[in-house]
Design a protein around this ligand. Structure first.
Ligand code: ZN
Length: 202
């Protein structure tokens, strides 16, 4: 599902930096420009701004904080990603921000029906909104679709050591975001057990 992919990719721009810290792919307007360019089709903006201005950069990051705060709610009773667990927004504020972002661009439903495929309805921007508003609204709409769709129940925060990723489970027994996280977690458990055995030894 496109919405799931976009909402997830947006959320995981806050990620583990490989050294025990947290890296942010959207830390500066340059990073945002690259990220948007790589997703211009998903974001419904054929040509985004060459370099997002400070206002767009702030709007996108504020929206991401809202989306991640609602991700934290979606994974309950499991724990949220540790990347921002200490600075989650109140749920009311997160919802208000998300809805305000989605409302930046009015949309109209449009039916398309390709040969050999089921008919689908998509909501397209109407009028000629500024590209910055299109980007923020498209990200917000993806999050709305994700939260109201079937994938929300499959969302998890990866419990592997140092990982801060959210992921959508592909199958019922999936515990980790990637096989490499699974390996790291198993190694950590193994060392933990060995330490316990040593501690218990006389
Ligand atoms: Zn992971």
């Amino acid at each position: 599902m496109t919405a799931t992919r976009l909402a997830l990719e947006f959320a995981v721009t806050l990620r583990h930096d490989g050294h025990g810290g947290v890296a942010d792919d959207l830390a500066g307007p340059e990073g945002l420009a690259v990220w948007v360019r790589e997703r211009s089709a998903l974001l419904d903006c054929a040509a985004g701004p060459a370099l997002p201005d400070e206002a767009l950069h702030t709007a996108v990051r504020e929206l991401r904080a809202a989306v991640r705060s609602l991700f934290a709610r979606a994974v309950r009773p499991g724990p949220p990603s540790s990347a921002d667990a200490h600075r989650l927004l109140p749920e009311e504020e997160a919802l208000r921000r998300l809805n305000a972002a989605a409302a930046l661009v009015p949309t109209a439903p449009r039916l398309s029906w390709e040969p050999g495929a089921p008919p689908v309805v998509r909501h397209h921007p109407t009028g000629s909104p500024a590209s910055a508003d299109r980007i923020v609204a498209a990200l917000a709409r993806a999050a709305l679709d994700f939260f109201t769709g079937p994938d929300r129940a499959l969302l998890r925060a990866c419990p592997a050591p140092r990982c801060v990723r959210y992921f959508v489970k592909d199958h019922a027994r999936q515990e980790w975001c990637t096989p490499s996280c699974g390996n790291r977690a198993r190694v950590a458990r193994h060392h933990e057990r060995r330490r316990e055995v040593k501690d218990d030894a006389p």
